[in-house]
Design a protein around this ligand. Structure first.
Ligand code: PMT
Length: 395
């Protein structure tokens, strides 16, 4: 997927820059053309000579060439690239990208870029979790830039935590997937559900579940990055999405989720239902706070509509992908759900598997279709989402 692609590699002043020549070598081995641009301080961490040697192109830092004063044309550089990847992205460059402060060649090229931009933050854990850094990352995501999530582990400061630049091998994989997915869903419209539903008991209490929305939001992002327009119907969650291709409808209850889904379903190419929907709701909602009186309290529950099954029955050309969260006989129940709900595929996850299911940043899932079950390793939810998108392309 990378052969022949023109990759602009921006390198900032961060210790992770020492990995840049290795990253360039990996890209060159895949057959890419690589042009390096450094921020003024990046040479303190990696030499331009090393980068020029492995990339087989002069390494650029200044607006003009020192030999003859001619212009390093940032507009032409940006137009040349199929993709611009900024790795490592320092906290300083993140802030400049988010605010448009343009005082070096790398940022001028970034502001001129019409190609997809990927950025791989690398910094100490406290810098990474500072609200201003997190807010700058969100801003870049709202521009449609793609975050290459940093890893957790030993940092150059001697501390341990989140802030390690994504490893070069993983970045190459991510670019491969990007080129494979990019534009594959162009012109398509997908419906995604995410998060829990809350079913009110009285004005202060509800029946809910532990879904954080991370899985569903990651799927919405992956679809949007593949060129699809996405309607994301989200239950109560703190998460937000900024991708310009994603329109979010916020709901609270299963009935509201059903209404929101029905309103867009006839227009979409497919649906992915990652939400954890309450199967039952209180038959009546007490208008005032229920007072503590007797030792026991019985709530009469009534069944919620099965949204996935409802959409499955209505489908014309739409592809239907459901989730199944099981604790026992997982594969058997998943296959039953696929058949009963008229789904093309079920993404099965089990609460029995470590790192899978509710709230975690990772998931371990099994892709269940008529032809059988494919198991994937434990992966970040973003990577699981990309694999799901690859699968729906082939459905
Ligand atoms: O949000 P996270 O913290 O990241 O966690 C992710 C997750 C665990 C919630 C997600 O991976 C997941 O498994 N989602 C589905 C959870 C669930 O409700 O599973 P289920 O087996 O009960 O439901 C099967 C399918 O029917 C699901 O696609 C569900 O959305 C759908 N359903 C269920 C009940 C109902 N009334 N209407 C529905 O549409």
């Amino acid at each position: 997927m990378i052969r022949g692609k023109r990759i602009l590699l921006g390198i900032c002043g961060s210790i992770a820059a020492y990995k840049a020549p290795h990253f360039v070598r990996l890209l060159k081995k895949e057959g890419a053309e690589v042009q390096c641009i450094l921020t003024p301080d990046a040479h303190l961490f990696v030499t331009p000579t090393a980068l020029a040697t492995v990339s087989q192109r002069p390494c650029l830092t200044e607006f003009t060439k020192s030999e003859d004063g001619t212009w390093n044309n940032h507009v032409a550089l940006a137009e040349w690239a199929d993709v611009f990847i900024i790795a490592p992205t320092s906290a300083n460059t993140l802030a400049k990208m988010a605010t448009g402060r343009c005082d070096n060649l790398l940022i001028a090229t970034y502001l001129s870029a019409k190609c997809p931009v990927h950025f791989a933050p690398a910094m100490d854990l406290d810098m990474y979790r500072h609200p201003s850094t997190l807010s700058n990352i969100s801003t870049l995501q709202s521009f449609g830039n793609i975050l290459l999530e940093p890893g957790t582990g030993f940092l150059a400061s001697g501390l341990e935590g989140k802030g390690r630049m994504m490893e070069p091998e993983e970045m190459v994989n991510s670019l491969k997937i990007h080129f494979e997915l990019a534009q594959q869903l162009n012109g398509q419209h997908w419906l995604v559900t995410a998060g829990p539903t809350y079913e009110n008991i009285d004005p202060v209490r509800f029946i809910g579940n532990y879904s954080s929305g991370k899985m569903g939001f990651a799927i919405a992002e992956a679809l949007a990055q593949s060129g699809a327009k996405v309607t994301l119907v989200a239950g109560p969650t703190e998460l937000e999405t900024h991708h310009p291709n994603i329109q979010t409808i916020k709901i609270t209850t299963a009935l509201q989720m059903l209404d929101a889904c029905l309103s867009v379903f006839p227009k979409v190419n497919g649906v992915i239902k990652a939400a954890a929907v309450a199967d039952y709701r209180p038959e009546t909602i007490a208008p005032e706070k229920v007072k503590k009186s007797s030792d026991t309290l019985t709530l009469q529950l009534t069944k919620n509509p099965d949204i996935l099954a409802t959409l499955g029955k209505m489908k014309t050309n739409q592809k239907i992908v459901g989730f199944a969260l099981e604790t026992e006989n997982a594969l058997e129940y998943a296959q039953q759900k696929r058949i009963n709900k008229h789904a093309d595929a079920i993404v099965l996850n089990s609460l029995k598997e470590e790192g899978a299911g509710f709230q975690t940043d990772t998931n371990r899932v099994h892709w269940v279709t008529e032809s059988g079950c494919e198991s994937w390793p434990l992966l970040p939810k973003e990577e699981v989402a990309k694999l799901i998108v690859q699968k729906i392309v082939s459905l």
